[in-house]
Design a protein around this ligand. Structure first.
Ligand SMILES: Cc1ncc(C[n+]2csc(CCOP(=O)(O)OP(=O)(O)O)c2C)c(N)n1
Ligand SMILES: [Mg+2]
Length: 788
């Protein structure tokens, strides 16, 4: 369907404006804005220019309000320029591009103010996020929560070198398994990465792969000028030459200009009558315009390509582009961080009829009528709804989550029991929980939940073993009402799915409470995706189990050391490591609320759990105890007035800490036992309290850990113990200046019984006793635990 000439003219004019504004934004930040450091802030003019036309086509004509877009990191200035033209971005923020509180270097859902759908920056993640967001939309629709909202298309603008990131392929395979729809990936095929020119022929392989996974592949190679030239006599020879020209050569010629193209064409095609005439008819400028008129830079070609899609299957558009198109360094392999000089910018400004001092004016230099342009922008389908960011009510969480108690249990088992009780209940909370796991559903104790709530798939698929009456503990029925999403083993996919599910309230207007389970060490496998999920303020709960060396015989290779520190350091993630199941129930209840908290207050939750079965305390869960558990610590045995030793422990080593206190108690009367459920929350509140006291002198507010340690005498020693890196608790000594011996794990990899390993790495009861002696002045401890 041919596009109307008047509309084409307006769109092309706006695309030129977007290229100008995005380049000017970067130029301004580097050459105009006073910069006390004297440093260039950069901004990737070439990388941005590549997408100016494609994104203009999308935003000004193709997109609808329900569509959600992940923009390639370096196209951030293009995104902001488009929002500026729409009236959603301020000139102030553009002038302050890459500055403090200015428009962000890479599109940021949380830090930008102009309606970024997905934060990008770490290449590959935004791309996969669109795929998982589409699956989440299907999930919401299948559960009957879309109401009358139309389905959105999830669209990623992808750099061609971005496709080197493995997580994209992991997502692609998962998407195929789940029957992906409504997803468009638009590849900016400029054949350049950061350092280099993209390997010849790689994209043919990719195109085949996409088709194999059921995607429609649309290649937009030639612009309309090119297509018109191909129709002229000799045009076919020109097309053959273009097709045969290697990436690097084409890029170099685009940089060198029309005269270089002419010489090359003459040398290689020779004097062949019609094609020579075709070339000779054009000036150097016209020839360059023709040769750089690749599909991605041609408005008519892009609009046609987008509008030709009449199905909801996933589509990969491969749009040929030139990196830095229209700028003096177009096509140069070193252009990635290249900036136009002041002189080059001056020349380009004048060529476009933009008067000095009028650079920010929306329609400066355009010949079209201003009112017509404004009206056109105002009527863009993308702007039909006032509010693209949606929301949903907060879901009520009961005061106490139930579980069937047992005298001996592990926290992992407790997690399964708590979810089982939730699965039995007919609450809104239970209906909005979605679980997912990368092939460790059963081994992380989600089995009972899945048995009751079923697996999610768009089509019913009964468990064949059950149909055949073969006994099995697990019911593996798939249906559109199922509430568990079973993933393949890729942990990156788990975290990107958590990110997509955890933004559903904002994207689909339906709040979901996602819970992902995985083995604790594999958090590191998906860490960047976890980081980005938190960065976009997605809300989810991760149960990571088993953890530490406590998983002992299951394999040295699966032991995790660093995760308690990751949990502390990860912004937007509250981390807990309970020892007992009643603590876990309190933490999960708090977690479901925290996941629904306002932006800046709420966040996601990480539970570091264990398979070690430990004796459970028989106690009443008082409000005070609940408070201690969620704030991060409480006294399991409070210190007296003459306390000279505190044992502070976290998680699975609770029995060793309790045992050590028993032995030590024979010679030291006054020993405190501090149960730490969240080093992360304690540390965060302590930091915040110090800041508050610095900022508002005279404020006497103490954080929970300061209050807990306040009664201890100055010469009291503290021994900390955790099945993880000792630094996770070692900081406790800085709170009030107590001496600390921090026990934990710094090496891993050996199998054995829990007893063997605790002894070997020094977190058993005797190690705690030895450490206690080094921090106390009193009599030595007489008894040790006998080796068994
Ligand atoms: C995970 C990750 N690794 C490295 C980078 C640094 N980086 C930014 S862009 C880029 C290459 C971009 O090439 P391409 O995707 O082709 O985009 P283009 O600049 O050509 O538009 C690299 C390596 C990054 N942002 N994220
Ligand atoms: Mg590229």
């Amino acid at each position: 369907m041919a596009i109307e000439p008047a509309r084409l003219e307006l769109l092309s004019a706006l695309a030129r404006k977007v290229l100008w504004l995005s380049s000017w934004t970067i130029h301004h930040a580097n050459h105009v804005r006073p910069n006390a450091d004297g440093l260039k802030v950069g901004g990737h003019q070439a990388s941005s220019a590549s997408l100016a036309n494609i994104m203009s086509a999308l935003y000004f004509s193709v997109l609808r309000p329900e569509d959600r877009i992940a923009v390639k990191p370096h196209a951030s200035p293009v995104f902001h320029a488009i929002q500026y033209l729409f009236g959603r971005q301020t000139r102030e923020k553009l002038e302050n591009f890459r500055g403090f509180k200015g428009a962000q270097s890479y599109p940021s859902r949380t830090k930008d103010t102009d309606d970024v759908d997905f934060s990008t920056g770490s290449v590959g993640l935004g791309v996969a996020q669109t795929l998982f967001s589409s699956l989440v939309q299907d999930y919401v629709k299948a559960h009957g929560w879309m109401k009358d909202r139309p389905e959105g298309r999830m669209i990623a603008l992808v750099g061609d070198a971005e496709m080197d990131e493995g997580n994209i392929f992991e997502a692609l395979a998962e998407g195929w398994k789940q029957g992906l729809r409504n997803t468009w990936w638009v590849v900016d095929y400029n054949r350049q990465s950061l350092d280099a020119v993209v390997r010849e022929g790689l994209w043919e392989k990719f195109a085949t792969m996409f088709r194999n996974f059921g995607w429609d592949v649309v290649i937009v190679k030639y612009g309309s000028l090119m297509r018109a030239a191909f129709a002229e006599p000799g045009g076919e020879a020109l097309r053959r030459w273009i097709d045969a020209c290697p990436n690097q050569r084409y890029a170099a010629l685009c940089f060198q200009g029309g005269a270089a193209f002419r010489k090359r064409l003459q040398d290689e095609i020779g004097d062949q009558g019609p094609v020579s005439q075709l070339i000779d008819r054009r000036s150097d400028g016209e020839l360059l315009a023709l040769m750089s008129n690749l599909g991605g830079h041609d408005m008519a070609s892009m609009i046609e390509a987008f509008e030709s899609i009449d199905h909801d299957r996933p589509v990969c558009f491969i749009a040929y582009t030139i990196k830095g198109v229209g700028l003096p360094f177009q096509g140069h392999k070193d252009n990635h961080a290249g900036l136009m000089t002041v002189a080059q910018m001056e020349k380009w400004r004048a060529e476009q009829g933009i008067r000095p001092g009028h650079e920010w004016e929306k329609f400066e230099g355009l010949s079209q009528d201003t009112e017509e342009l404004e009206a056109f922008l105002g009527s863009a389908p993308f702007n039909r709804d006032d509010q693209r960011r949606l929301t949903d009510d907060v879901i009520e969480v009961p005061q106490q989550l139930q579980f069937k108690p047992a005298a001996q249990m592990s926290t992992q088992q407790g997690f399964g029991l708590i979810l089982n009780e939730l699965a039995r209940s007919e609450t809104k909370l239970a209906s909005r929980i979605v679980t997912a796991s990368p092939d460790v559903t059963v081994s992380t104790n989600l089995g009972a939940w899945v048995n009751r709530r079923g697996l999610f798939a768009k089509a019913e698929n009964a468990d064949l073993f059950r149909q055949e009456k073969i006994p099995s503990t697990y019911n593996w029925d798939f249906s559109p009402k199922g509430q568990h999403i079973e993933l393949g083993i890729a942990e990156m996919n788990l975290f990107i799915l958590m990110s997509a599910l955890g933004l559903s309230h904002s994207i689909n207007g339906t709040r979901l409470l996602p819970i992902g389970t995985l083995y604790d060490p594999f958090i590191e496998r998906g860490l960047d995706a976890l980081n980005y999920a938190c960065y976009q303020d997605a809300r989810f709960m991760v149960a990571a189990t088993p953890s530490g060396i406590t998983l002992a015989p299951e394999g040295g290779a699966h032991q995790s050391i660093a995760t308690p520190l990751i949990g502390m350091a990860q912004d937007g993630l509250a981390s807990f490591e309970p020892a007992f199941v009643d603590e876990l129930a309190v933490i999960m209840g708090w977690g479901f609320q925290h996941m629904q908290g306002e932006s800046g207050e709420g966040g996601s939750v990480y539970l570091r759990l264990s398979t070690r079965s430990v004796e459970q305390p028989q106690r009443i869960m008082t409000p005070d105890l609940q408070k201690g558990i969620t704030e991060g610590a409480y006294w399991l045995r409070p210190p007296g007035p003459n306390c000279d030793l505190v044992i502070a422990y976290t998680g699975a080593v609770a029995p060793e800490a309790i045992e050590a206190v028993g032995f030590i108690g024979e010679s030291h009367r006054d020993v405190g036992l501090l149960a730490i459920t969240s080093a992360d929350r304690l540390h965060a509140a302590w930091t915040a309290a110090r800041k508050l006291r610095r900022d508002r002198r005279g404020v006497a507010y103490l954080s929970p850990i300061e209050k807990l340690l306040a009664p201890l005498p100055r010469d009291c020693g503290i021994v900390t113990a955790i099945d993880g890196h000792p630094a996770a608790l070692g900081w406790l000594g800085s709170v009030r200046g107590h001496r600390v011996e921090a026990l934990g794990i710094e090496h891993f990899g050996q199998t054995g019984t829990i007893g063997d390993l605790y002894r070997n790495y020094g977190i058993d009861a005797n190690a705690i006793i030895d450490a206690a002696e080094t921090v106390t002045v009193g009599a030595p401890v007489r008894h040790r635990k006998m080796a068994v």
